[in-house]
Design a protein around this ligand. Structure first.
Ligand code: EPZ
Length: 416
């Protein structure tokens, strides 16, 4: 796998790009598939590094998987019980391995999950995950960096989430799907990936209502059958290419999107002066005359997504005036600021707030991707910058963007 990307900036991106399946839906559906008796086939799963690691974790715990000729992934949980302890080596590479907490408790009433390591965007605690599975009857021990969870008699309960955590909502849904009785999650996350999980489990015989709202009701069932399911498109990949059109003064047709999943991104991008048109074949995004400065506040869905914050910051570096960005979801998601400043950006950070002064141009240099979305944002900045940019640790980008080099090159970018 490449460890660096070299980009020569200054070329408008023109043409069309097809968005891949959503990383954050695919990962939770891969974990949820162990709840099924029988084969699960997932369509539209992106071939990205995070999916490959999740696939290895499934194999490591005893689940047979194979990629079918049509590009779908077949997942066959065995009749016997699975190994409950996910391997630390694999789990530390992927935060989403914590989704086996709910899936394992739902399947076999016990789970041993390695506490996620600190990540570049914050400490990523699991207190709400634990509150949820405890409410449904799990005994929890935390020692030697592992969560040991055991539920002799998983029983539905009401759980209030202090914060609408995506992962905590998903873990509770997966455990509740096979617990006795009814579970109510209040203040649940409303992301489209939660709706995709509920639709997937309901297609297997689960009884989940209210996904996409802040109250989700789950009636436990005894058995979930396998089946075939196609994952929603990746709204964050789509948003990233929308900004690529705006920042390079280009025009891109973005295919395979669900516009409602992108409303906050469309609205804010239009405020910057970009033209966004919703057509039958997808979203056409055209750069505006100039880039207007705007204010951004990241919030849980349907607010402006935190996963688009770095990408929007890259665009606003070239706006005609000062923009204010407030990051309300993660406590440390401004890593990219220092890298953008190396390219000539003028940004001032005070706690959760970044003030971005627009500059006339960015210049290419060597920068480092600290996390997946910061890496994507550095690509956007490099595409617009004058001269060559080398992005180190580009491996982060390959975690979440399928065929990113080919997609960019097909749009006229100079990437090597
Ligand atoms: C999911 O992470 C996504 N990952 C993230 O995408 C995304 O940024 C995030 O949701 C928010 O939308 C996957 O779906 C695999 P959270 P998750 O639990 O579930 C705090 C990407 O780039 N919190 O909603 O881990 C937490 O610290 C990734 O694709 C607690 O305090 O996010 C954070 O500040 C990055 N206690 C906030 O909630 C808990 O028990 C949001 O976290 C859980 C979370």
């Amino acid at each position: 796998m490449l460890s660096a990307l070299q980009i020569e900036g200054g070329y408008p991106l023109l043409g069309q790009v097809r968005v891949s399946g959503a990383k954050n839906a695919g990962l939770v559906l891969m974990a949820a598939s162990i709840l099924a008796e029988g084969e699960v086939i997932l369509d539209n799963l992106p071939r990205i590094r995070d999916v490959e690691i999740m696939d290895k974790i499934l194999n490591d715990i005893g689940v047979t998987t194979h990629w079918r000729p049509d590009g779908s992934l077949s997942i066959c949980p065995p009749n016997s019980s699975l190994k409950t302890k996910t391997s630390y080596e694999l789990a530390k590479m992927l935060r989403a391995s914590n989704l086996f907490l709910g899936a394992m408790l739902g399947r076999q009433k016990e789970a041993i999950i390695s506490l996620p390591g600190g990540c570049d965007i914050g400490s990523r605690p699991m207190d709400l995950h634990i509150k949820g599975v405890q409410a449904l009857g799990s005994e929890i021990q935390i020692e030697h960096g592992y969560i040991y969870a055991n539920a002799k008699n998983p029983t539905g309960a009401s759980v209030y989430l202090d914060f609408p955590s995506v992962g905590a909502t998903e873990n509770i849904i997966m455990m509740a799907a096979k617990a006795k009785g009814t579970t109510i999650i209040e203040n649940s996350a409303k992301e489209p990936e939660i709706v995709d999980l509920a639709n997937f489990l309901n297609s297997m015989g689960a009884r989940i209502r209210g996904a996409g709202t802040d109250v989700i009701k789950i009636e436990g069932v005894d058995e979930l059958i396998g089946g075939r399911y196609s994952i929603i498109p990746d709204r964050i990949e789509a948003g990233t290419f929308m900004i690529a059109a705006a920042i390079t003064k280009g025009e891109i047709l973005i295919e395979n999107v669900i516009p409602t999943h992108l409303h906050p991104v469309i609205a804010k991008l239009q405020e910057t002066g970009a033209l966004v048109e919703n057509t039958d074949s997808g979203l056409i995004v055209k750069a505006g005359q100039a880039i207007n400065p705007i204010d951004i506040k990241t919030l849980p869905y349907p607010g402006f997504p935190t996963d688009m914050q770095s990408q929007m910051m890259a665009l606003l570096c070239l706006a005609e005036g000062p923009s204010v960005i407030v990051e309300n979801v993660f406590e440390n998601r401004f890593q990219i600021v220092d890298e953008l400043k190396r390219m000539g950006a003028k940004i001032k950070v005070e706690g959760h707030t970044a003030v971005v002064e627009g500059v006339d141009y960015l210049h290419g240099t060597t920068v480092k991707a600290t996390d997946l979305r910061a890496g994507a944002a550095l690509i956007l900045a490099a595409l617009a910058a004058e001269g060559e940019t080398k992005i180190e640790d580009a491996i982060h980008i390959f975690r979440g963007y399928e065929n990113v080099r080919e997609k960019l090159t097909n749009l006229g970018a100079k990437v090597s």
